[in-house]
Write a protein of this length. Structure first.
Length: 638
């Protein structure tokens, strides 16, 4: 099928060739809006034409320019282009499978200011008079989160709310208990005294009343209570500077925020009754429904009331920290803090101080501080990559877990702790135990409850949902309008082995969204260069004892999550007659390598024919100049 690419400097937009006449111009009333210098408000008409697209000028100031001359009308064929002002319009022929959207994304739309009304199901019909533009885009997102006080809102949404409100801290307060939800603090880490002040400020606070407290700095703490009929929740925020009142639009928005959370809580209770899902999922977590994940969550639900320590097994990038957050938020210690630490990222001599703390005057210049096990009091500590913990520290950790007490560095007496320990590793702990690299008593102590997270290649049916969610978030973050993921691109994603698992998928999708033209579809071109060659060799990354070792999954492992790339041979020089002595690709069975060889030969021949003029080469080959440059770089053509 045919697709128009409209380009100006780094701005790119793609639209399908029209099936009926449509207008193009700078005004928003046009079906194709192009706000580029030199483009008139209503510049031209795009019309379907056999084998191409006809463009007719509508008397614009700068007209249509092709080949350096102004024309009143032009028929574009694939590979041809025309200029509207400073906007270049190119017609390309694309694979039909790259135009069929298999995973649709929500399209970005502007929200017109109006008075706030909400529908019965919690969706927002309009927004607030006078509220800043940043909040107008957040209203529907907050409703779409289907959040509850227990589950909270998506962290990205909360960060944007805090930014729009100019808040250094943003968190919620339980009015009935008179305390802040320490496990639900948003923004920068809030001091404990600040949480206490917010809790105390709710005492005697009337419905939809705001209490203002002056803080050192100077700063101001605002605590806003919601309607008691909607729940016992208040919201607290800290703004820099001494302020007397909170602006009216901000109070109105906070009321909406609290009402949305209360509606979500009531909706969840009514729909699920006493059989509600006991698991609490992190806001950014994508709940996929493959059989493997369904079995995993069923096991978690059966153990949610236990306070036994938990060991999580899984390859790198499978989302072990997300699962740790679910275990914490769903368990009996959910009201306490969740304190994560990566045991592989901190040198052994410093890890002891981080875990157990340091007393005063241990050494010159060393400040006393509590350890993570003490800071996690009443909650959970997450020991990520426990398999990399030095042997000298394993004995001390075992004693701390057995006795539930820690000895700070330089301390003379132990400190009692009450914490739940969640640990994880991508290594084969039983093999490490057999090899004497991990203490067997510590291993058996950690695995009170043990769960294994399946790799992404064993639950490929989750890829469309995961990819769609990651793409939607990336499009929102990069302010892109992306229609979705094409059928051909989804086939590529489904066929890939994903040695880096969900982390690799998320990074790949974000990179594709960043490169995707505005209004376009994530097609195979956005993924081929990233995934090319990665499936040519075994990419199974199991739970290994060391890089390159055996795995629990039964296959060899790769030491890195990066795709394995097949080296590309350097092209032979072009002869004086204009043809390169490049042989036909050998029947190796590697289709990608054969395609590369054919593309290389075609480009070299065209370069010789047009004496290195890349613009003419691109036009001759029916691709853009930028596309030619990318192919030459990938194929090693200097």
């Amino acid at each position: 099928m045919l697709r128009l690419t409209i380009r100006h400097n780094t701005w790119v937009q793609q639209v399908d060739a029209p099936a009926h006449p449509v207008h193009i111009g700078a005004d928003a009333s046009n079906e194709v809006q192009v706000s580029v210098p030199g483009v008139s408000r209503r510049h031209a008409v795009l019309e379907p034409f056999p084998g191409g697209v006809r463009i007719r000028d509508l008397g614009s100031k700068n007209g249509l320019i092709q080949g350096g001359e102004r024309v009143a009308s032009v028929v574009l064929r694939p590979g041809e282009r025309v200029f509207l002002g400073r906007a270049e319009v190119l017609l390309d022929e694309v694979d039909s499978a790259d135009s069929v959207v298999s995973v649709a994304l929500p399209r970005r739309k502007s929200v017109a200011p109006a008075r706030d009304t909400t529908t019965s199901d919690g969706e927002i019909a309009n927004t607030f008079d006078g509220a800043p533009g940043a909040l107008l885009q957040l209203v529907r997102e907050i409703a779409a989160n289907r959040a509850t006080p227990e589950r909270g809102l998506d962290n990205r949404v909360l960060e944007r709310i805090a930014e729009a409100l100019e808040a250094r801290h943003l968190f919620f307060v339980d009015r009935s208990a008179g305390r802040a939800r320490t496990g639900r603090v948003q923004g920068l880490p809030a001091p404990a005294r600040l949480l206490d002040l917010a809790g105390e400020a709710t005492a005697g606070l009337a419905d939809q009343e705001t209490r203002v407290l002056e803080l050192p700095g100077p700063a101001t703490l605002f605590v806003r209570a919601g309607r008691r009929a909607a729940g016992d929740l208040a919201v607290a925020l800290v703004q820099d500077g001494a302020r007397a009142t909170l602006e009216a639009w901000a109070e109105e928005f906070l009321d909406f925020l609290l009402a949305t959370l209360a509606r979500g809580h009531a909706r969840a209770s009514e729909s699920n009754g006493h059989s509600a899902d006991p698991l609490v999922y992190p806001p950014a977590f994508v709940r996929a429904g493959s059989p493997a994940m369904t079995r995993l969550f069923a096991s978690l639900r059966a153990t949610v009331t236990s306070d036994l320590d938990v060991l999580l097994l899984g390859e790198t990038g499978t989302g072990k920290e997300y699962l740790a957050e679910i275990v914490h938020a769903s368990g009996p210690s959910s009201t306490g803090p969740f304190v994560p630490i990566n045991c592989a990222a901190i040198p052994g001599e410093l890890l002891e101080a981080e875990l157990f703390g340091v007393k005063a005057r241990v050494a010159t210049g060393v400040d006393p501080r509590p350890g993570l096990l003490v800071r996690a009091q009443g909650g959970c500590v997450f020991l990520d990559e426990i398999g990399d913990m030095p042997g000298s520290l394993q004995a001390k950790l075992l004693r701390a877990l057995e006795e539930r007490e820690v000895w700070p560095v330089g301390g003379h007496q132990p400190e009692q702790i009450h914490v739940r320990v969640i640990s994880s590793t991508n290594r084969d702990l039983p093999a490490l135990v057999r090899q004497g690299q991990f203490r067997p008593d510590l291993y058996y102590r950690l695995r009170g409850l043990e769960f294994e997270i399946p790799p992404l290649r064993d639950r490929r049916e989750d890829i469309p949902e995961l990819a769609g969610s990651f793409a939607a978030r990336a499009a929102q973050a990069y302010h892109k309008d992306v229609a979705g993921i094409s059928s051909k691109a989804l086939d590529l994603l489904m066929a890939h082995d994903w040695p880096g698992n969900i982390r690799e998928l998320k990074t790949t999708i974000e990179r594709a969204v960043l490169l995707c033209p505005n209004g376009g579809v994530l097609g195979s071109a956005e993924f081929e260069s990233t995934l090319r060659g990665s499936n040519a060799t075994t990419t199974t990354a199991g739970l290994s004892t060391e890089p390159g070792g055996s795995s629990l999954a039964g296959g060899p492992t790769t030491p890195s999550a990066e795709p394995i790339r097949i080296p590309t041979p350097r092209p032979q020089p072009v002869s004086a007659l204009g043809s390169a002595p490049w042989p036909h690709p050998a029947p190796s069975g590697d289709l990608a390598a054969q395609v590369d060889a054919l593309e290389r030969r075609a480009i070299l021949d065209a370069l010789a024919l047009f004496e290195g003029n890349k613009s003419k080469v691109a036009r001759h080959l029916g691709i853009t100049r930028n596309g030619l440059a990318l192919k030459m770089k990938r194929l090693g053509i200097g």
